[in-house]
Design a protein around this ligand. Structure first.
Ligand SMILES: [Zn+2]
Length: 79
């Protein structure tokens, strides 16, 4: 039995699920962008959620971006 992989990003702890960081936005109403679709800052397709800075994002796009960021740092620190 393997323990869930926990990573720390910007002072918060997150769970990795199938190699991807999982953001917990279930109880965070501030990530609801108000129902207006705006282009995601990663893939440019319309989305209705916002990140901590109020920028429109898909949750999955942000998760993938953070995961990539974390992986690149891990490689740097391992080198
Ligand atoms: Zn997106």
């Amino acid at each position: 039995m393997s323990a869930p992989l926990i990573v720390t990003y910007q002072g918060e702890r997150y769970r990795l699920w199938h190699g991807r960081l999982v953001l917990d936005w279930h109880k965070k109403r501030e990530h609801w962008g108000g129902g207006r679709a705006r282009p995601c800052r990663f893939c440019r397709r319309p989305c209705r959620l916002i990140d901590d800075n109020g920028q429109p994002v898909h949750k999955v796009c942000l998760e993938l971006a953070i995961t990539a960021d974390l992986l690149s740092r891990t490689e740097e620190s391992a080198a």
